[in-house]
Ligand binder design. Sequence first.
Ligand code: SF4
Length: 166
Amino acid sequence: MSFMKKSPWIIHYDGSSCNGCDIEVLACLTPLYDVERFGIVNTGNPKHADIFVVTGSVNAQNVPVIRQIYSQMPEPKAVVAVGICANSGGVFRECYNVIGGVDKAIPVDVYVPGCAARPEAIIDGIVRALDILEEKRAKLKSGKVEELEEQDGLPPEPFANKEGTP
Ligand code: SF4
């Protein structure tokens, strides 16, 4: 793992989940796993966040919210999709208004599998995201802003040509 000069702050958003993965994300903050001992802090403000942790699938209701949170985060930033629902839509994939995983709405850097994803896997994914943050920070410092913008740019709005649900 890269050496971090700053404690990474995370923001967590629950899309269309069963809350199973959310409970596991919370478990990471309990004394048993205690990610705060690594300096990882859970924040509610996207402007203070380095890592965006998303659980659950993406639907017409939450696409604008996910994109707004992501857009408010400063560079460098990384996104971790936690659980199969966030990875691909999972058990909600065939729902009438679900368009799939988080990467349909924003760029995803790390995919954490599992249903529910285990706390060890979530922590592993966040550690991977720390390395990606360092890579992006190096790009910023070396002036590769366009490359970073391409990497972190928003995909087309999934419901741009539709009103409400598909
Ligand atoms: S991956 Fe499983 S546990 Fe996690 S939100 Fe989806 S259905 Fe629930």
